[in-house]
Design a protein around this ligand. Structure first.
Ligand SMILES: Nc1ncnc2c1ncn2[C@@H]1O[C@H](COP(=O)(O)OP(=O)(O)O)[C@@H](O)[C@H]1O
Ligand SMILES: O=P(O)(O)OC[C@H]1O[C@](O)(COP(=O)(O)O)[C@@H](O)[C@@H]1O
Length: 412
């Protein structure tokens, strides 16, 4: 059994257009809905290929119920942790050449209670699992150490596919397997990697830090696996890629089921690449069937280490995230109203970067707008989520949290 955890699942809406015109009215040629989020995709790919799996997902609101019914239709076994917030929808816009533009929502804020229910469900469900796969972004407000804490507490084998600070913390906890793509590995080691040799060296340094196996997916160039014992490569040619969304998740699914069957690193990597490449030939984040996978020819020949890794034209370029978030408990007895609201919005405006403030039910507003902030109706003792996007976001959010957590009525 492979247990997957997706702390921030999504409904994936894929819209196909002739050519995306930014600022214009684009008419869709077709559109489709898939249950989404990285662990959900891993479980969908495993189920479609007859491998036992359980997907753990926190879901809320009408969109959470829609995601449940999409999972039922896909015959995926799943366990839900119910949320007060509303499950997100991520949109991918694809043109006929396969070029994909993605808009991922932040997702609902999970309360401290919901996060600990999810953690308890993970540890209970994963007790009998041979692999636990922790996948995707953390929901806003979750501590960056959330994955790392689970790795520390979980006795069986753990694989992780994440990014940013949560991924860095998880890697430091020494998981058995990680599956970064090129950009995620660059972010992890803090430098650009332009050749296959650069990737190999970077992956080796991560193995030295205590990770069992590093599998770097390199888009159309294939994938490289590194352990203390050696390194292996696999690739497959896809002449007409339709959608790259979820390709990495399918690679991870193929790899884990092969490792679980006791296959060698080289054979497991080849299996993963067959699943990932087959996914690219399908629309949206549709997962491949055994027939789709059987149609892929995989090569395990290692190209020269001087081979330059060029960006994949059909792959969305990911803007390095400068987004940060914090939760704060309102201390002023009048709530986020009157004088505290005026002082708060002035501080936000002076910060000069986009900042939002939201409630646990998902309602989020521009934190610089006095009227919008008052209309939130946040009372004394309520938790709010602040997000900011900018190089100094962490510093500014820390100041705003300490402002909100001070009783300004009592002070004056
Ligand atoms: N254009 C492509 N042609 C062939 N295979 C691809 C292509 N894009 C992705 N793949 C396969 O899917 C795997 C995962 O894709 P990648 O884009 O690296 O992952 P992620 O979705 O995590 O960013 C690759 O290692 C490769 O095997
Ligand atoms: O949790 P994140 O990083 O926002 O990613 C979620 C998205 O990633 C996916 O799992 C697909 O992954 P990729 O686009 O990275 O291949 C989608 O199903 C989902 O919309």
């Amino acid at each position: 059994m492979i247990v997957t955890v997706t702390p921030n699942p999504s409904i994936d809406r894929t819209v196909t257009v002739e050519q995306l015109e930014v600022g214009g009215i684009n008419r869709a040629i077709s559109s489709r809905l898939d249950p989404g989020g990285k662990g959900v995709n891993v479980s969908r790919a495993l189920s479609a290929n007859g491998c036992p799996t359980l997907a753990l997902v926190p879901l809320g609101g009408p969109d959470g119920r829609l995601l449940e019914s999409l999972l039922e239709e896909a015959n995926v076994e799943f366990t839900v942790v119910h949320l007060s917030g509303i499950t997100r929808t991520n949109v991918a816009v694809v043109d006929p050449s396969g070029t994909t533009t993605k808009i991922n929502e932040q997702g609902p804020v999970l309360t401290t209670q919901e996060l600990s229910s999810l953690r308890a469900a993970v540890l209970a469900s994963a007790a009998g699992g041979e692999w636990l796969a922790l996948c995707g972004s953390l929901p806003p407000g979750a501590p960056e150490s959330w994955f790392a804490d689970i790795i520390d507490a979980h006795p069986a084998r753990v694989a992780i596919d994440a990014s940013g600070a949560a991924f860095r913390h998880a890697v430091a906890a020494g998981p058995d397997l990680i599956k970064p793509n090129l950009e995620e590995l660059e972010e992890l080691v803090g430098r650009g990697l332009s050749t296959l040799g650069d990737v190999l060296n970077a992956a080796r340094t991560v193995v030295e830090r205590g990770v069992g196996m590093v599998v770097v997916s390199l888009g159309s160039a294939g994938a490289l696996a590194v352990t203390v014992e050696g390194h292996w490569f696999a690739s497959a040619l896809v002449t007409a890629p339709l959608s790259t969304v979820g390709a990495g998740d399918c690679l991870l699914a193929g790899l884990l089921q092969a490792l679980q069957m006791g296959k060698s690193p080289q054979d497991a990597l080849a299996e993963g690449v067959a699943w990932g490449s087959a996914a690219v030939t399908l629309p949206g984040s549709q997962v491949p069937s055994p027939a789709d996978i059987a149609g892929v020819t995989v090569s395990t020949r290692l190209p020269p280490l001087t081979t330059l890794l060029t960006p994949n034209p059909s792959q969305p370029t990911r803007r390095a995230s400068t987004m940060s978030s914090r939760t704060a408990t309102i201390a002023s007895s009048v709530g986020l109203h009157a004088r505290p609201a005026t002082l708060f919005t002035k501080r936000v405006a002076a910060a000069g970067i986009p900042i939002t403030v939201g409630r646990a039910d998902g309602k989020t507003v521009n934190a610089a707008s006095m009227l919008a902030v008052m209309a939130l109706g946040a009372k004394c003792g309520d938790q709010v989520l602040l997000t900011a996007d900018g190089a100094n976001a962490d510093e500014i959010l820390d100041e705003l949290v300490s402002f909100l957590e001070t009783d300004h009525d009592a002070q004056e």
